[in-house]
Design a protein. Structure first.
Length: 359
């Protein structure tokens, strides 16, 4: 059956289409109570479904929030998404989701699509990149965001600002102290470890990864340790697995030679990389923490079922999603959005079985 139209509703209610639209699409101009009730009854009897775009025009709000993540299958982004959705429900809004794989060109396309659908705000979660190959994509993404903000849109970015973005109004950053927390983790690990350290990191130029590498090296230096070796790989589980295979060969060679040189404490700059690294070590017949210690970063929900329990840095991932969404929404008592943010996100070093020294 063809959908009923606003004109049909107006005819049945005995009013003009403009009056019916004001009732059903949420205009600030309200007709009389009796007329409004007549229009609603007509709409119900015809099974009329209001047009969301027309409602957005009438209210100057679409009721939509755009969310951009790198990979929805990654538990880190899944937890942030839950926080965004919870805050969106508080604002009586719906979330549109785009998973981009982490490329700024793909993020630009997502921003353009959300803007075309009149999204009230956009939340961007995922590490920024200053790599040469992302230079053009960053410029296009920054220009698209600036245009969106100039037209009244609100943007919140988790972690680092978008490279090159210049908008002053409607642009908010939820800062995460990755460098400081990685330094705290290194200092605590170094206090009970007499072997070497290796960092399994993402590609150079990926800002979140680089912050965590820098912080970990600073923490080792404060503890009187030498610099850790850095293995660069993909910023995901597969990258961690690849690095784990390389490290397993080194550890087994040292063990067969009867030396302690292969005893390593491995810091993977996110938990999914740590899980991949640990899986590769197990596949090569090595055990944690007997043959190597390992730690991650984020404290994703998946770790509840990981054995041995993984040492990590706990971040309030769902809160991060909530903070970002609330920063882009209406503020109580006319409060400035940036003032309403809780300040820098806090985290906590959490040491578990995976970094206990072997007996």
């Amino acid at each position: 059956m063809a959908a009923s139209t606003l004109t049909e509703v107006a005819r049945l209610a005995g009013v003009s289409p403009a009056t019916a639209s004001r009732v059903l699409n949420g205009s600030a101009r309200k007709p009389g109570k009796d007329i409004a009730e007549r229009v609603r009854q007509a709409a119900d009897s015809l099974g009329y479904i209001p047009n969301a775009q027309a409602q957005g025009l009438a209210k100057s709000s679409s009721g939509l929030i755009g969310l951009i993540v790198h990979d929805i299958a990654d538990p880190y982004f899944a937890a942030i998404t839950r926080g965004v959705q919870e805050a969106a429900r508080e604002q009586r809004k719906m979330v549109l989701l785009a998973a981009t794989g982490g490329g700024p060109a793909e993020e630009k396309e997502a921003v353009a699509a959300f803007a075309a659908r009149r999204a009230d705000s956009i939340v961007i979660a995922g590490s920024r990149s200053c790599r040469k190959e992302d230079q053009d994509g960053n410029a296009e993404l920054a220009a698209e965001l600036d245009r969106y903000c100039r037209n009244g849109g609100q943007v919140a970015v988790v972690g680092h600002p978008v490279v090159g973005a210049t908008a002053q109004e409607g642009y908010h950053v939820v800062k995460v102290p990755n460098q400081e927390l990685a330094g705290q983790l290194a200092t605590e690990l170094a206090a009970g470890w007499d072997g070497g350290f290796v960092i399994v990191a993402g590609p150079e130029g990926l800002l979140t990864s680089d912050d965590r590498v820098r912080g970990f090296q600073e923490g080792l230096e404060r503890a009187g340790q030498g610099q850790a070796e850095v293995l660069r790989t993909a910023f995901n589980r597969s990258g961690g697995y690849e690095a784990g295979l390389r490290l397993a060969g080194r550890i087994k060679a040292a063990q067969s030679g009867g030396t302690a040189a292969g005893k390593l404490c491995i810091f993977a700059v996110n938990d999914v990389m740590a899980i991949g690294t640990a899986a590769a070590l197990r596949a090569e017949g090595l055990r944690i923490p007997r043959d190597a210690a390992i730690a991650g970063f984020d404290d994703i929900e998946t770790l509840r079922d990981f054995r041995p329990a993984l040492s990590t840095v706990r971040l309030p991932l769902e809160d991060i999603g909530r903070f970002a969404t609330r920063a882009t929404g209406p503020q109580p008592n006319g409060e400035d959005a940036d003032d309403a943010l809780p300040g820098d996100v806090t985290g906590e070093v959490t040491l578990r079985r995976s970094t206990e020294a072997a007996a």
